[in-house]
Every structure is written in C-alpha cells, then in structure tokens.
Design a protein around this ligand. Structure first.
Ligand code: CTP
Ligand code: MG
Length: 386
C-alpha cells in the first residue's frame, strides 16, 4: 500500500487578513479553520500521517484546534517563510518517510477528495502534481495604479494546494534550499530541482482564505453544506354529507354537498399539514390536534397548517415546495385551482410558483368514484439544518 503523509502549513501570520488572531485559527462555524482543514484532508485520505506546521509547538491555539482529533497530528515549528515552514515539515517526515507527501495550506479548509484521488493516480507517471484552474477574467499588467497591456490568459493557470510529490524526489529538493529563496509554492521548488510536473483539475471550493471576505465566503459555503433536504407525504379522506358547501385547500366551494369532520374537514390542507409533519418527522395531525379534544371542534384547517409551518421555522428549516393531489369526481377542481394555490402560498409564505395543486378522478371506481368521500395526498419538501 502507498504510504501517504500530509503537511499542513499553518505558521503564517495572516498579514493580509488583518485579524486579531492568524486566519488559520479564525472561527468557521464553531471550529477553527485549521480543524476543518485537518478533518477534510483526513477524510480524503484515511490512512495519511498528518503534520501541522505551527508558529511554536505547544501553542495554546493549536492545542485547542487539534483537541480530541484522533490520531493527533504531529506538530512541528515552522519558519519565517512558507517554504521554510514546508522545509521543517519535510525534515520531520524523514524519520518516517512516506511514498507520497501532500503539502497543503491550512488556510484552504475545503479540500476535495476527488482532486486528491486524481493526484495520487497522476503521481504514477510524474514526480510532482498540482491542481490547476483556468483564468476566466481578462488579465492586464498593472503598474502604479495604471492598467497596462493585456496578458494572454489562455497560457495561464491558477494553482491550488494540496500539491503532491514523491517524497524521495521532493525531500532532496528541499534539503538543497538554503533559506533565502522565495518560492511561490512547492511546485516551484520541484521545478527548480528539475522534477517532472503534472496537473489535475482543481476545485473552486478549495479557495484560500486570504482576506476577511474569504472567511465570509467560507462561512456561507459551510451553511449551505450543513443542510439536508427532507420530503414528507400526507394522505387524508373525509366522508361526504348533505350540505351546501365544503372547504378544499383553504377555499370554500359551493359544491351542493359538504364534508364531514371534527374540524372544517379540509381534506387538502390536512394531507398537506401531515406532509410537513412527515418531513419534520414530528408525528401527525392527530398527535398535535387530537380529535378527542373538543377544543379543536370546528377549527379552520389553516390553524393546523400554520402550526406545521411554525414548526419548520422553530427547527431552522425552510419550506421549498408543496404538491397536493385531490381525488374526487366532484367538485371540479380546475376552476378553483389558482385561488387554492394563492391561498396556500399565502398561508405558507411561499411564492405561488412553489405550490402545486392537482386533481384526479378514480374513473368512478371506489368510494371517491361513488362520491362517498374525497381523498387527498400531498408532499412537502423542506431544507433542514443537520
Ligand atoms: N505559512 C506558513 N509559514 C509561513 C508563512 C505561511 O506555514 N512562514 C502558511 C500559512 O499559514 C497558510 C499558507 O502558508 O496556511 C499560505 O500562506 P498565506 O496565505 O500567504 O498565509 P499568511 O502568510 O499567513 O498570510 P499573509 O501572506 O497575508 O501574511
Ligand atoms: Mg504569506
């Protein structure tokens, strides 16, 4: 099996970030940036040995950032420049030399496992590899506030980390480094040592936190990642009875008959309310509004639906879409459909484009076909925090 090590350089000062603490220790969703980087690198390469290059071993911030991380990464004191920090990591590795070493900026928390896998494969044919991204904006020279000549962007790529190397090739290259050289990245060190260099497609998500706005971008990306989509379904039936009108999807229809029920018997809103409870895994309408409780007698069904909607907010979720199917021969639903959609949209605070009301008959078959009752089914799609 190929032995892999990962070096995370985290000994920079973060001058451009201008934070109270170096950016690698800034809070990102309740954890330091560095902790995310460690975790994401580990899950991309479960067997890798991890080395974190820090300002000073025993630093309290690093101790907090790696607390409880199992197995604990080795901490090594870095240098004044990034290249010197990498060099210190390379030296520490020599006691337990890996086949492949990945060198990564701790300030890039969102590592792509796919990119790492592609690099391991690429290293079968080259000595060094980097993830690259194309340049989409126009590029021009800039001097003393003045825009200058166009630079041909087709011949230019943006380079990310992690960058991967055969340790037996890159370690001698770093050993030769005297300390004064200023390499922009580790591929530059590899090129100076005439190593063969390959590339794989990078991932925009692996951007580097350099300025304060980059941390904001990381925070919003993390929020997006922290949600899951839940779908719930609901079904309900109410018996028909003599009367003048009935309620369907929040709209009163003069159908020439009624629906029997403890509440207003709005079969459409009941199915929809249950669909929302289903997506939240919070029981059903009977749990929240027991029919045995006289207090709910004659209740208008929008009360139930509003309760379900409020539960979504209480869970920090966001309703995305609802879909209802009414199953009956009569009344004809189509003439009322737009009003029903508008009413449901209003009750749920959704745009009408995210509310669907459909209807079908059962070809005169069964209880709905005989007009003995009306059935409804519904689904609700909700985005919920993990
Ligand atoms: N780095 C390091 N040792 C240094 C300088 C940088 O380990 N002497 C690390 C940083 O901690 C960072 C990565 O190299 O994870 C990329 O460097 P950069 O984004 O330039 O970070 P800083 O040097 O900290 O930031 P700045 O240049 O704005 O001061
Ligand atoms: Mg720097």
């Amino acid at each position: 099996m190929v032995k892999i090590a990962q070096i995370l350089v985290a000994a920079g000062k973060g001058a451009r970030f201008q934070g109270e603490i170096p950016k690698q220790y800034a809070d990102l969703g309740g954890k330091p940036v560095l902790r995310h980087t460690l975790e994401n690198l580990k899950s991309a390469c479960l067997d890798a040995d991890q080395y974190v290059i820090v300002h000073a071993e025993g630093d309290e911030r690093i101790a907090k950032a790696i607390e409880g991380f199992d197995p604990a990464p080795k901490c090594v004191t870095g240098g004044a420049t990034r290249s010197q920090s990498v060099q210190a990591g390379m030296a520490a590795l020599s006691e337990n030399a890996p086949d492949i070493v990945f060198i990564h900026d701790a300030a890039r928390p969102f590592v792509s496992a796919k990119v790492i896998t592609a690099m391991i494969e690429k290293l079968e044919t080259v000595q060094a590899v980097a993830p690259v991204l194309s340049v989409v904006d126009a590029i021009k020279t800039f001097d003393d506030g003045n825009l200058g000549e166009d630079v041909e962007r087709n011949g230019i790529k943006r380079i990310q980390t992690p960058q991967g190397f055969h340790y037996s090739d890159i370690w001698p290259a770093y050993q030769k480094m005297s300390g004064d050289e200023n390499y922009s990245d580790d591929i530059a060190v590899a090129r100076a040592a005439d190593l063969s260099v390959g590339s794989v497609d990078g991932d925009e998500k692996t951007f580097k936190i350099t300025y304060p706005e980059d941390l904001e971008k990381a925070r919003s990306l993390l929020k997006e990642d922290n949600y899951y989509i839940a779908t719930g379904s609901g079904f309900d039936v109410h018996r028909t009875e003599p009367g003048d009108s009935l309620w369907l999807c929040g709209v009163e229809i003069a159908a020439g008959f009624s629906l029997k029920g403890h509440s207003d018997a709005d079969v459409g809103l009941h199915a929809l309310t249950d669909a929302i409870y289903g997506a939240l895994a919070e029981g059903d309408i009977g749990d929240h509004f027991p029919p045995t409780d006289a207090k709910w007698k004659g209740t208008e069904s929008h009360v139930f639906l509003t309760h379900a909607k409020d539960l979504i907010s209480a869970r920090g979720g966001k309703l995305q879409h609802v879909d209802i199917t009414l199953i009956c021969e009569r009344p004809k639903v189509k003439p009322h459909r737009d009003v029903m959609k508008a009413r449901i949209a209003e009750l749920l605070g959704l745009p009408v484009s995210r509310v669907s009301v459909k209807a079908t008959t059962t070809e005169k078959l069964g209880f709905t076909g005989r007009g003995e009752g009306i059935a409804a089914q519904a689904s609700a799609t909700i985005k919920l925090p993990n």
